[in-house]
Design a protein around this ligand. Structure first.
Ligand code: TYD
Length: 204
């Protein structure tokens, strides 16, 4: 049995990560654990306000650096309000996205300096970081079909998802952090088996 840990799922919009989070939650429940599941941006009163601005208020101008800072602010608040107390109680935390998304979306895909962002994230987050990142690696064409006609501020940018997919394969996490890449093709149950095997071997 693996000890409780903080795991972040990452991937292109439509990669199937939310389904995999739900399947991992069920698996842990079957073992008698009830993980805290959070999403980024969001999960706190501040985070939900920030989420609304970032995702639903396209009329509000946001420089890409401002975007990165808003994501980071929401992340710090989420960690302090929700994640830290849960880890202190020795329980699982699963986050739908964490700082890899900022490196990939605001850095790699939107053209900001990835190393500069990495330094900024390292200073701001300090030790507030997951034990493990699970990147669901699904071909971006499949993701695109799933996202369909309702892209958000980020997904709507021309050629963006393709760059995001490339970024998740190319951007290194902060020094010392562990990332596993899971093949996202096939049925949700097949992917869930790969996720579980990957999690167990990375955490044991
Ligand atoms: P959401 O509806 O939660 O999408 P998903 O289910 O794909 O996670 O929207 C989150 C959007 O915000 C998504 O397009 C990715 C983007 N994002 C960033 O650009 N930077 C970040 O740091 C984070 C956490 C998300």
């Amino acid at each position: 049995m693996v000890s409780p840990a903080f795991i972040a799922f990452e991937g292109v919009d439509g990669s199937g990560k939310s389904t995999q989070i739900e399947l991992l939650r069920q698996r842990l429940r079957n073992d008698g654990c009830e993980p805290l599941v959070v999403r980024e941006p969001g999960g706190t009163a501040l985070g939900e306000e920030v989420r609304n601005i970032l995702l639903h208020r396209e009329e509000i101008a946001l420089h890409v650096d401002t975007e990165a800072l808003l994501f980071l602010a929401s992340r710090v608040q989420l960690f302090e309000e929700k994640i830290r107390p849960t880890l202190a109680a020795d329980e699982w935390v699963i986050s739908d996205r964490f700082y890899l998304s900022t490196l990939v979306y605001q850095g790699w895909a939107a053209g900001r300096d990835v190393d500069a962002l990495r330094r900024l994230i390292s200073v701001v987050l300090g030790e507030r970081r997951p034990r493990l990142f699970v990147v669901i690696d699904t071909p971006w064409e499949i993701c695109q079909q799933r996202v369909g006609d309702s892209p958000d501020r980020f997904e709507g940018r021309q050629g963006f998802l393709e760059k995001v997919a490339d970024g998740f394969r190319s951007c290194a996490a902060l020094d010392g952090d562990t990332v596993i890449h899971i093949d996202g093709e096939g049925s949700a149950d097949d992917v869930a088996v790969r996720v579980w095997e990957g999690v167990c071997s990375a955490l044991s």
